[in-house]
Design a protein around this ligand. Structure first.
Ligand SMILES: Cc1cc2nc3c(=O)[nH]c(=O)nc-3n(C[C@H](O)[C@H](O)[C@H](O)COP(=O)(O)OP(=O)(O)OC[C@H]3O[C@@H](n4cnc5c(N)ncnc54)[C@H](O)[C@@H]3O)c2cc1C
Length: 461
């Protein structure tokens, strides 16, 4: 196919901005959250409306350009940025409109979670969104969307009433339970495979401002006992609580005793939605294992949603490995604590950190075949994360994250599509399983038979 970067035909009638290498703003626009991604699209189409998106898709197709879609730019695999292709950049489409009486929010395809949270909380409302406010609603919701409200109200995708989508032939479709219901099914978990979502219509819930977080810290030696206690409490935890655990190298944080700073540590705890006094009732049982430090924070809902914004800031190079676990046996706990280094030979500062986050509650209340999202039976999700600045460190840091992921893999039941990176075809298989994948492939064949949208965790038609 002919590859052209003659953008004159795209410019006419396009309301947004077209950028090519050398243009002001080009480098800024091709940068995403993961600093490791350094690709150079031939054209960046900064869209302002569905019509711009449709024009860009048709331009890319006619010019033989590979098409990538950028929502919030937080996909760790970096599919949002094509090398030499067309980047359909939705970041100018970042508006959120709330109808408080109807408890609905209309969210443009490039909006960030923080905009949704803030617009909704103004009316004492919210819907499930992820844990870091600079993440995109688009990618997060299309893959499922896990957040602190999910055990109460389901995944982000469970709260979508309808989608406006530009499909591969440039038409603007709607998908809901009654309009294109097959597409609606696929968009709830199937990622960016079926088109470009220009608007999400979300259901909102009454969510007050009060929340709290609790983190109790243990040395690696004491951690297995603490984690077993945490695990035993997890199935009975109220839906307002999302249990969390982390295996990290402690920084110079004021609540960590001086002698433990820079050392490996494990935290257990939870995020609580609602009155902190109620949430604190969970603490005595978790404290039984004798923490060396703790951090209990009452926060407003909007503060909670931003609390990890800085630690998870833009620009560093990042690599993740993730797995779902249906159960957390003692062996899995030991593997979690050892961070892929059971003999303790590697400098703890270089090791990947690990997180566990509880699923269940309302997430599991939706049937397996009711949406493309496929792991509603997960007890917890595990993510190993490594981050670095110097490019030369990359290979070693990636190898260490893979090692941690490999140590947990024997206990895994699948993976979350939004947290997989370079797992390829096997990763897509582990995200959906055979039955949902076969159904997704049929929907793909109907809406994108030429696999125009293939720069993603790809479902083949
Ligand atoms: C710091 C951080 C915190 C995170 N926290 C959570 C969390 O709490 N819960 C959770 O569930 N996940 C979380 N994630 C994972 C997150 O869901 C994925 O990284 C997701 O892909 C981010 O979406 P995005 O729009 O920001 O990214 P992008 O890189 O812009 O998009 C990722 C892919 O999604 C598709 N896409 C995005 N927008 C659209 C659209 N409008 N239409 C069609 N396709 C689109 C494209 O295929 C694109 O390649 C987190 C990620 C990061 C980096």
């Amino acid at each position: 196919m002919r590859v052209t970067t003659d953008v004159a035909s795209l410019r006419s009638g396009f309301d947004g901005q077209i950028l090519q290498p050398g243009d002001d703003g080009y480098d800024e626009s091709r940068r995403i959250w993961n600093g490791m991604i350094d690709r150079h699209p031939a054209v960046i189409a900064r869209c302002t409306a569905a019509a711009d998106v449709a024009a860009a898709v048709m331009f890319g197709r006619s010019g033989g350009l590979e098409i990538a879609v950028r929502g919030g730019g937080h996909g760790v695999a970096g599919y949002a940025v094509p090398e030499g292709g067309l980047m359909v950049d939705l970041s100018p489409m970042n508006k959120v409109r709330v109808d408080a009486d109807r408890r609905r929010a209309w969210v443009q395809g490039g909006a960030l979670l923080g905009s949704l949270d803030q617009a909704s909380q103004r009316f004492g409302l919210a819907t499930t969104a992820g844990n870091v406010s600079h993440t995109g609603v688009g990618g997060l919701t299309l893959g499922g969307g896990m957040g602190w409200l999910a055990r109460l109200h389901g995944l982000a995708c469970d709260n979508v009433e309808s989608y406006e989508v530009v499909t591969a032939d440039g038409t603007i479709e709607r998908a809901s339970a009654t309009q294109n219901p097959d597409l609606f099914w696929g968009l709830r978990g199937g990622g960016g495979n079926f088109g470009v979502v220009t608007e999400f219509e979300f259901r909102l819930h009454r969510v007050g401002a009060a929340t709290m977080t609790a983190d109790l810290f243990f040395t690696p030696e004491a951690a297995p006992r603490a984690l077993r206690r945490w695990r035993d409490l997890l199935p009975e935890a109220p839906r307002q609580a999302t249990f969390t655990a982390s295996a990290v190298t402690a920084g110079d944080l004021p609540f960590v005793p001086l002698e433990l700073q820079g050392k490996a540590m494990v935290s257990i705890g939870f995020v609580w939605i609602g009155d902190p006094e109620q949430g604190q009732k969970l603490l005595p049982a978790l404290r039984e294992a004798g923490p060396v430090a703790e951090r209990i924070r009452p926060l407003t809902y909007v503060e909670l949603q931003q609390v990890d914004d800085n630690p998870q800031g833009h620009g560093r190079s990042r690599y993740w490995k993730s797995h779902y676990l249906r159960e957390l046996g003692d062996d899995a706990i030991d593997a979690f604590v050892s961070r892929g280094d059971p003999t303790g030979e590697i400098d703890a500062a270089l090791l990947a950190s690990g997180d566990l986050q509880a699923w269940g509650g309302e997430i599991a209340a939706t049937g397996h075949d009711e949406s493309a999202f496929s792991h509603r039976d997960a007890l917890v999700e595990f993510v190993a994360r490594n981050g670095w600045v110097a490019p030369d460190d990359g290979q070693h840091r990636i190898a260490l994250a893979r090692r941690y992921g490999a140590a947990i893999e024997p206990f895994a039941s699948g993976a979350y599509v939004n947290d997989i990176t370079d797992a390829g075809v096997a990763g897509v298989q582990s995200a959906y399983g055979s039955d949902n994948l076969a159904r997704l492939a049929k929907i793909k064949a109907r809406y994108d038979p030429d696999n125009v949208f293939h720069l993603n965790h790809n479902i083949r038609p």
